[in-house]
Design a protein around this ligand. Structure first.
Ligand code: NDP
Length: 443
């Protein structure tokens, strides 16, 4: 049995009930085959064995009281995966589907993504199976306070710095930070995604969506194509989707769809983003409300968004939302590029189908790295107790995304898979972490 087959085999045996983690780890290990073949020292030092096992997994009870006075119990999680290049860094997800498989896949991806940013941040992720939908402000606050009462002992500005993710936006970060500060008596950058009034960074809200378009732009330019005039099919209607839509429109694209977990909208005139912001950011309503503002648009219940003809697809909702059949439909309808805004939104089979059909494909760990990059810039600003202007931060973001594209493109070439940005991202992200692990001795 070859070394890599053995690695994959052990991974399966040791993580049997964790399909999402296995999916993420399998993709990375497969990409690393030529790297391991070229650098015997990584094999000798057990880098892959160590990298696929988190440094630490924390699970805790979160008790809180709902508006009816009933005691409710949820599970809290934090996976501290790898801190070879900096403090653990990665968001918190509040969604009923959260379990160790989801948090481990996200934490594992985060190691490579954070490495690609070029900034000193390690990989981690956390969250809870708590569902914020339909909860009152008071319930959200009480939950966040109880969650942080346990989490605070595991995090800190130089240890582990959580941020937002699905279900955790500015409001939740505010309640979490308030409780952290109360418990630790410290106003430090132990969380990112904070509001501007108490240590947040300009551009953080926009960063993942904007960064996605900056990387897409770099990928298209390198392949003699451009964003201008292209039709976009974009999924999701949360933080990433909204600012991806904004930047796509600013760069001359036309976005015709958005979705939430109930259904999707199609607006042939192009999505009216002010309406989306009003529905999602101000009123926190369902996306179906869009047609009451824009009667010419169409609302479809359930799935089917990827059957819309387009030039560019941006999956920005959640993992595995784009399956093989969706990929076939997109290719049949003439898609030229896919860039992942969400984490692992494309199944392995769908990814391979795009690559086999020469569709430009940007993997999430490169294309959505803008969020964590500006989070790291927020940490830097907190450390020096200063805040940078919007344009300065946006320029830094743009440079980071261009650099990421360069790195993944060069690594793909160097290891014999030019244009395969999935392998390029896994290899470039891995090399820095592996070298840092080698330098620091066995841990
Ligand atoms: P939000 O909670 O702001 O929005 C999530 C969006 O996805 C909503 O439209 C939501 O619909 C939809 N969605 C969530 N779960 C499902 C599901 N099971 N099926 C269909 N639709 C679903 O999250 P973000 O925009 O922050 O995150 C979106 C993705 O981007 C995630 O994969 C996240 O990990 C990734 N990401 C986020 C970053 C960030 O900075 N925020 C950084 C890097 C990656 P509904 O409202 O109905 O639930």
């Amino acid at each position: 049995m070859t070394y890599m087959v053995n690695q994959l085999d052990n991974l399966m045996k040791n993580n049997t009930n964790e399909p999402e983690f296995l999916q993420a780890a399998t993709e990375v290990l497969q990409s690393l085959e030529p790297v391991i073949a070229r650098h015997a020292q990584y094999r000798k030092s057990g880098i892959l064995e160590r990298l696929t096992e988190p440094d630490r997994q924390i699970k805790f009870r979160v008790s809180w009281i709902d508006d009816q006075g009933k005691i409710r119990i949820n599970r809290g999680y934090r996976v501290q995966f790898n801190n070879a290049i900096g403090p653990y860094k990665g968001g918190l997800r509040f969604h009923p589907t959260v379990n160790f498989s989801i948090i481990k896949f996200l934490g594992f991806e985060q190691i490579f993504k954070n490495s690609l940013t070029g900034l000193p941040i390690g990989g981690g992720k956390g969250g809870s199976d708590f569902d914020p939908k339909g909860k009152s402000d008071r319930e959200i606050m009480t939950f966040c306070q109880s969650f942080m009462t346990e989490l605070h002992r595991h995090i800190g500005a130089d240890t582990d710095v959580p941020a937002g993710d699905i279900g955790v936006g500015g409001r939740e970060i505010g309640y979490l930070f308030g409780q952290y500060k109360r418990l630790c008596n410290q106003h430090t950058g132990a969380l990112t995604g904070k509001s501007l009034s108490y240590g947040g960074s300009l551009v953080r809200k926009e960063s993942t969506g904007f960064g996605l378009l900056y990387l897409l732009d770099a990928m298209l330019k390198a392949n003699n194509k451009s964003i201008d005039g292209k039709i976009f099919v974009l999924s999701g209607s949360g933080n990433v989707a909204i600012y991806a839509c904004q930047k796509a429109q600013e760069m001359g694209g036309k976005v015709v769809t958005m979705s939430d977990s109930s259904g999707w909208i199609y607006d042939s005139d192009g999505i009216h983003l002010e309406v989306i912001k009003e529905i999602k950011e101000v009123k926190q309503q369902r996306l179906s409300e869009y047609i009451s503002y824009r009667p010419n648009a169409v609302y479809h219940e359930g799935k089917g968004i990827w059957s819309t003809p387009c030039d560019i697809a941006l999956p920005c909702a959640t993992q595995n939302e784009l399956q093989l059949d969706d990929a076939k439909e997109l290719v049949k309808n003439g898609v030229i590029a896919v860039a992942e805004g969400a984490n692992m939104p494309t199944s392995l089979e769908a990814t391979h189908y795009f690559q086999a059909n020469h569709i430009l494909f940007a993997p999430g760990k490169a294309s959505n790295a803008g969020g964590v990059a500006v989070s790291a810039l927020e940490m830097a600003q907190n450390s020096i107790r200063y805040s940078w202007e919007f344009n300065k931060t946006d320029l830094k973001l743009k440079k980071i995304m261009n650099d990421i594209f360069e790195k993944i493109s060069e690594s793909a070439k160097e290891y014999g898979v030019p244009g395969n940005y999935v392998d390029g991202a896994n290899i470039a992200g891995f090399l820095k972490v592996a070298d840092a692990m080698m330098a620091q001795g066995l841990f």
